[in-house]
Design a protein around this ligand. Structure first.
Ligand code: NAI
Length: 408
């Protein structure tokens, strides 16, 4: 293992990640582009940790050629670009940053509520074209209106707080029982929420249950003249049905940031049946795309790297058993990933006992395929023991952290 740990960050990841990791003593190289397979195959033998964003594909071939990788970080939300199954089978956790852009999405929704109530986008377009449309007709304040939030998770609950501060009444619907923040009120059913709200904002994940969860029958239950906002996932709203309800003016406007089909790059043409309709705000999936979010993502994944490399904590990994570990400056920590099969723990403990090492603490997390075992032992150098454990046929990866440092 290279010492200090060498980290390759690709795709112009926010410089704060490099700064933070270098301040930890790691060697960090930054690429501004997304390397292809051949380039990665050449580069990765020189690095133990890889950071990427959405464009860098990490195939089975790349992973199998580099089983020495300690961990991978997706400095974004999605992790489909990495072959997670192969990474797991090699004992490589993959981290991401699912909540660093929560506030950005909530702020966009707030701005859209005001923009919809004042037909801001249409008026702006007309003013640019030389049309002077000065009228109060149909323009309203958002104060005192009811916002219905579907999905009261990270974004939904953040939006709830911001909206109340602007004088809205907030109601929400979630399939899981959630603590209402401030004066927000949980609704017993989706129908109850649809009937009560002047604005509906969607903040649910993409699941079989949320597929087309807002279609004709739900749009019909919404108040006449109400607004729909979707910055969650494109499959949640049946777009063709929404078009009909906008044309009949039952729905007074909408703001849509996510679509059932989205262009794969800025060069591809974007098409939706919502184009050209009045009081319809269309944005190219930018709800979470702010400089602040990029900065926060840089810090979040850099911190996951630090905690995994220095302490062994895998919390936040999307393909790996999650363990949050304490630091212990007085021990050597053995970190072993193994196939989750009967008898493995007995074999490992047998080797530890044979080595005469006193165990101070032991942690284990498993999933259906692998186990992640952490053993804190009182020895000055556990490398020999780690090598013995790694020789076991069902061991996948074993390393030692000497003198697990205190948290900064
Ligand atoms: P979260 O996981 O914190 O919250 C989702 C909530 O939805 C949970 O409370 C869950 O219990 C609830 N839920 C799940 N199924 C439901 C159902 N059938 N009915 C009602 N509630 C249901 O997720 P987070 O971080 O708040 O993200 C929400 C959505 O926003 C996700 O789809 C995410 O992909 C999307 N997103 C969009 C961004 C953009 O740029 N437009 C940026 C970030 C996230």
């Amino acid at each position: 293992m290279l010492n200090p740990v060498h980290i390759l960050l690709t795709e112009n990841i926010h410089p704060v990640a490099k700064e933070r990791l270098e301040s930890e003593g790691f060697v960090v190289d930054l690429l501004t582009h997304s390397p292809g397979e051949d380039e990665l195959l050449k580069l990765l033998p020189n690095y133990q940790v890889l950071g990427l964003r959405s464009k860098t594909e990490i195939s089975e071939k790349i992973l199998k050629a580099n089983p020495h990788l300690l961990c991978i970080g997706a400095f974004c939300i999605g992790t489909n670009q990495v072959n997670l199954k192969t990474a797991k089978s090699l004992g490589v956790p993959v981290f991401n940053a699912p909540h660093s852009n929560t506030r950005s999405v909530a702020e966009l929704v707030i701005s859209e509520m005001i923009a919809l109530c004042r037909q801001l986008c249409d008026r702006n377009t007309k003013a640019h074209l030389g049309e002077w449309v000065k009228s109060a007709d149909g323009s309203r304040e958002i104060r005192g209106k009811t916002l219905g939030i579907i999905g009261y998770g990270h974004i939904g609950s953040q939006l709830s707080v911001l909206a109340e501060n602007l004088g809205l009444r907030v109601v929400f619907y979630d399939i899981v029982k959630k603590l209402p923040l401030g004066n927000a009120q949980a609704m017993r059913s989706l129908s109850e929420l649809l009937e009560a709200s002047d604005f509906i904002s969607l903040h649910v994940p993409e699941t079989p249950q949320t597929m087309n969860m807002i279609a004709a029958s739900q749009l019909k239950q919404m108040k006449k003249g109400s607004f729909l906002i979707n910055a969650s996932r494109g499959t949640v709203v049946a777009i063709e049905d929404l078009v009909l309800f906008l044309k009949s003016k039952h729905i007074a406007g909408c703001a849509i940031d996510v679509f059932p089909y989205e262009p794969s790059s800025n060069k591809e043409k974007f098409e939706t049946p919502l184009q050209g309709l009045p009081n319809v705000i269309l944005t190219p999936h930018v709800g979470g795309s702010t400089e602040e979010a990029q900065y926060a993502i840089g810090l979040e994944v850099a911190e996951s790297f630090r905690r995994f490399i220095r302490i062994g904590s895998s919390s936040g990994a999307v393909n790996f058993p999650n363990v949050d570990l304490p630091s212990r400056p007085s021990v050597s920590r053995l970190l072993n990933v193994h196939k989750n099969e009967p008898g493995v723990l007995g074999e490992i403990n047998g080797l530890i006992s044979k080595a005469g090492a006193n165990i101070q603490a032991q942690y284990l997390a498993t999933d259906d395929k692998i186990g992640y075992l952490i053993v804190d032992i009182e020895v000055n150098d556990g490398h020999g023991l780690a090598q013995e454990i790694q020789k076991l046929s069902r061991s996948i990866k074993t390393r030692v952290v000497l003198a697990v440092p205190p948290e900064p």
